[in-house]
Ligand binder design. Structure first.
Ligand SMILES: *Cc1c(COP(=O)(O)O)cnc(C)c1O
Length: 393
């Protein structure tokens, strides 16, 4: 580690809270899928700010939209409307394919799920069904929905009335949902848990149970939304229609922006004064999101994401030491036969490739959707050679 890098770590830990640990890398700039650290070393970014930078860094369309907007109108609060927030809501309505859809904007995934949780209380019911292993955010309400005990335990008591059933288990869902259930929340693929894909028909069955008992179906598409899986929203793979969709990560193209989109009856539950956010729907964040949507469409990045995901899957599945590559589009979990994900991640970083160790045996990749086939080839080549090294050690 260079002197610069060490000094950065010392300054970080002397000024920031220890909740993340001290990052081993300090990034100063980026272009597309390439990041540059304080020492000028370049990295191929296959994590995309955790499935967030769908257009990579410094995409010209985002830079120009954001620059134009900040020069024109930077922030107004929700006492006033502005053109961007209306345009983006209309755009999301179209992408969801439902004219009854109504959008609430916030700044993060946790806030989007908080909004859904609050909205569900307006049904007059308070019981919620969520899934074990799921990640829905860190604020108290979102954490109550999150199904990971290590994250929850230190902060109990949490919001009451929330049960967690095993993910992918249709019978357990059937048992848990009844006429007291306000909402059911789940990810169409569990991202943070290690890109866990449920069995076919899972979402469809849950849709059916929710409809039967009048419970709201909330799909947390914070990680699987905005083209990541090759569809606009991950749940489309089963052709279902949720009552509520939550978005963040990819939505703002790197700027903080979240959304809670409610359809049908659910879109009428909030009354004036029920909820709010000062920054929610900020003009600059909206301008960025509109630019992202435009580019995703124009450059056909959804179908590219599907195709590129398949290329990566095919290239890596057969490698020695790999038991499975799972996921959809450009949200992939590379499962190793031994618990070597952390060593792999570190060795890849050393070799100039950034990925995430989601669990001890799952490497998660979520590169920008603009990733090129040349960059994919490079990733596969470096991955194969690093895998061999790590397996040998
Ligand atoms: C990241 C994530 C969240 C939380 O988003 P924040 O912006 O970190 O609050 C919620 N749900 C899912 C599925 C996520 O991947």
């Amino acid at each position: 580690m260079s002197g610069k890098s060490l000094r950065n770590q010392t300054r970080w830990s002397a000024a920031l809270q220890p909740n993340y640990g001290t990052p081993s890398l300090a990034i100063v700039s980026g272009k597309g899928c390439i990041l540059t650290d304080v020492d000028g070393k370049k990295y191929l970014d296959f994590l995309g700010g955790i499935a967030t930078n769908v257009l990579g860094q410094a995409h010209p369309a985002v830079v120009s939209a954001v620059t134009r907007q900040i020069k024109t109108l930077g922030h107004v609060s929700n006492f006033y409307s502005h053109p961007g927030v209306i345009e983006l809501s209309e755009e999301l309505q179209k992408l969801v394919g439902d004219k009854t859809a109504r959008v609430f904007f916030c700044n993060s995934g946790a806030e989007a799920n908080e909004a859904a949780l609050k909205l569900s209380r307006k049904t007059g019911r308070t019981r919620v069904v969520a899934t074990q292993g799921a990640f829905h955010g860190r604020t108290m309400g979102a954490l109550s929905l999150t199904g990971q005990d290590s994250k929850r335990a230190p902060f109990k008591p949490l919001v009451p009335g929330i049960v967690h059933v095993p993910y992918g288990d249709i019978e357990a869902m059937k048992e848990a949902i009844d006429s007291d259930t306000a909402m059911v929340i789940l990810e169409s693929i569990m991202g943070e848990a290690g890109v866990v894909v449920p069995p076919r028909g899972y979402l469809k069955s849950i849709r059916k149970f929710c409809t039967k008992h009048g419970a709201l179906l909330v799909i947390d598409a914070v990680q699987t939304g905005m083209g990541r899986t090759g569809d606009w929203f991950g749940y489309e793979s089963e052709g279902i229609k949720p009552d509520i969709i939550t978005l963040a990560k990819g939505l703002g193209g790197g700027l903080p922006l979240g959304a809670m989109i409610a359809c049908g009856k659910a879109s009428k539950l909030f009354k004036p004064g029920d909820h709010g956010s000062t920054f929610g729907g900020n003009p600059v964040a909206c301008a960025s999101a509109l630019a992202v949507i435009k580019v995703l469409k124009k450059e056909r990045l959804l179908s590219k994401s599907k195709k590129h995901g398949e290329i990566i899957c095919k290239a890596i599945s057969g490698m020695e030491g790999i038991s499975e590559v799972r996921g959809r589009g450009l949200l992939l979990g590379i499962v190793t036969i031994k618990p070597i994900a952390v060593s792999l991640r570190d060795a890849l970083q050393e070799r100039g490739v950034l990925v995430n160790a989601a669990t001890e045996d799952v490497i998660r990749i979520a590169p920008p959707l603009i990733v090129t086939e040349k960059q994919i080839s490079k990733f596969v080549k470096v991955f194969e050679s690093v895998l061999k090294e790590v397996l040998r050690d």
